[in-house]
Design a protein around this ligand. Sequence first.
Ligand SMILES: C[S@@+](CC[C@H](N)C(=O)[O-])C[C@H]1O[C@@H](n2cnc3c(N)ncnc32)[C@H](O)[C@@H]1O
Length: 405
Amino acid sequence: MATDAIAPLLTAEGWELLASMGQYREADSLKLNASLRKAGHSPELVAAVLTQSRLRTKAEAKFAEFAHQMLFTQAGLEQATRLSIAALHARRFAEAGVQHVADLGCGIGADSLALASMDLRVTSVEMDETTAACATINLMPFPTATVVQGLAEETDLTGVDGVWLDPARRTTSTSGTTRLFDPEAFSPPLSFVESLAARGLAVGVKMGPGIPHESIPAGCETQWVSVDGDVVEAALYFNTLARDGVVRAAAVIGPHGMAELTSPEAYDAANQDVAIGPVEGYLYEPDGAVIRAGLVADLARRLDGHLLDEHIAYICAPELVATPFARAYKVLEVKPFNVKALKAWVKANRIGVLDIKKRGMAVTPEELRRQLLTGSGKGPNKATLVLTRIGEDRVAIVVEPINLH
Ligand SMILES: C[S@@+](CC[C@H](N)C(=O)[O-])C[C@H]1O[C@@H](n2cnc3c(N)ncnc32)[C@H](O)[C@@H]1O
């Protein structure tokens, strides 16, 4: 039996037993397994219930309390869009006035769930039988959603005016799971997405945040999204889903809510209008979504700042500007990067806790930290170093983090 088989759960006994499970704790699983077996439940059912209970507990990170009403496979959960981001996708369709969305390759149905909860009609198509069964259960509370087991490419789109796709970006073989980077290797591939857009449908597709700008089809809007500093995706929106005057956007979601930086033009690496200047005042480390979207130069202008090196995403500005798009640091001192001199600095300043950030330098922060702190005695002070390259020079900038929120 596959470890994530769900058939034993789809019985009255299985469903009831699953509902009775509390928070999953790995340490209790052997004991629980034995006691459920002793109570007369079959080994298949006990294994399925324990697996599902473990997945539901893990799924709280993406689905909060809804996780405990849902069914998952291991891969389905790993690939699922977290609910807050699925809501962002769904809002696009709702705001564009789309009525009926086909979610082609719906997985366990997280994006479909968000679409259906906005009262849109949803046809959710999934080729894998177990995953489609999970989606069917997960979408049961929504009368406007239908799950179909089948292939995206063979789906009849009559009556559909919007399509959402979240293509599988990995392959699983006997040697494990491999992440794919070529959009044509995704399932379905990007060319299929483009063919749907060419039909005039409102199409949205989730891609990995590392999608090269040159792979992005012309005429769509791309929105890179980060959550608490992690870039989670780049979504491409076509036709009515693309906003007027927005070709690239960085949506930064954090404790402040969501903030967006946008540009009306496609990224052109050779044509970046950016000022270069000295280390001074405040140093800003742009959010990953801003970097991936190629909006670092735009951010520098907004902060009245400049880059230190045209190839490296550190910005300096004389004044402190509150921004959700970067972390800010006060510049305290600039030194040439020299391990011996830095070691002496650590010792003289009685530094015991050292945070090291770097860009454009082949240094392993953990290793360097160990090197710098070894033999200095465990001092009571804390410091932050930013290592970077400015042209040919390697520098260490002593900074103090600033909490902008
Ligand atoms: C990344 S997951 C989708 C996750 C989903 N958006 C969610 O949030 O739960 C991609 C899914 O597409 C399915 N899939 C891949 N190629 C497909 C195809 N050609 N037709 C139908 N489903 C496909 C895979 O089985 C997988 O479950």
